[in-house]
Ligand binder design. Structure first.
Ligand code: 21W
Length: 244
């Protein structure tokens, strides 16, 4: 079947000792569809398949002492080299708490890349020599501690999938989205008009689209001022950019 021109293909190679975790995004919802339609392509490389250690181990104790274990060089090195041979010119990204903290802007820039190799660490991290020799970029998804890079990779793939043409068809639903314009969403309502003594605001039933647009903008601004004043400051700095 021929691919439609508006469908950008993004390939992710994921280096992980827990590839089964990714069934959660492959089988469900928007990301599941995107993968089914081959708009997003996920491939897995398991360092355990590349270990030359007699007990198939992929971790060892840190030199100099300290808590926990680290992922060793050898299985990761061969895994990354293998991924690079299958996905030429890909950006190699190590997911770690030390990385650049991702936001909506980074995610948007990411879809231009098309080819990404994610290295998911487990234990207390990976040997620094892998980072120095094979990693192009190091990314974090926020200032809290996870148990490994897999959930971070899934968060990124999930978020990226919203940006790809053909994944979410309704262009409009993306245009007004939270964070795109540094505003939080306005309140939303669907049928019925009244339930359990709770009503939909009259203005949304008025059919006056200009008034509705202004009401939504007002609500968005109010909500943002109340909950995330930091976003409004960003917005004022970027005043020239048109909103809504
Ligand atoms: C968490 C690894 C904490 C290491 C020596 C001994 C990927 C992540 C991760 C993890 C530590 C991301 C230490 C936000 C995250 C991830 C696993 C710290 C200290 N050093 N984004 N002990 N948060 N986390 N080790 O945790 O792999 S992206």
């Amino acid at each position: 079947m021929k691919k439609k021109n508006n469908q950008a293909l993004i390939s992710f190679y994921i280096i992980t000792i827990f590839p089964e975790m990714f069934t959660s995004i492959s089988h469900y919802g928007v990301t599941g569809k995107a993968i089914q339609k081959k708009i997003i392509e996920l491939s897995f490389i398991n360092p355990r398949d590349f270990t030359e250690h007699k007990h198939k181990s992929v971790d060892d104790r840190p030199y100099g002492g300290g808590p926990g274990m680290l992922m060793t060089v050898q299985p990761l090195y061969l895994s990354i080299k293998h991924a690079q041979s299958l996905l030429k010119d890909a950006t190699v990204v190590y997911l770690s708490p030390q990385g650049i903290k991702l936001n909506q802007n980074n995610i948007f820039n990411l879809i231009q890349k098309k080819k990404i190799i994610f290295v998911c660490g487990r234990y207390e991290g990976i040997d620094q020599r892998i980072i120095d020799s094979l990693i192009d970029e190091e990314w974090s998804i926020g200032d809290y501690i996870l148990t490994g890079g897999e959930l971070a990779a899934m968060v990124i793939i999930d978020s990226v999938s919203r940006f790809i043409p053909g994944v979410i068809n309704k262009k409009k639903s993306l245009e007004n989205e939270s964070f795109c314009n540094n505003l939080l969403d306005y309140p939303n309502y669907t049928r019925p008009k009244e339930i359990y003594n709770m009503k939909v605001p009259d203005i949304l039933l008025s059919g006056d689209h200009n008034k509705i647009r202004l009401w939504r903008l007002k609500k968005s601004l109010e909500k943002t001022l109340e909950k995330r004043p930091d976003l409004l400051e960003k917005k004022i700095l970027k005043k020239k950019k048109k909103i809504f």
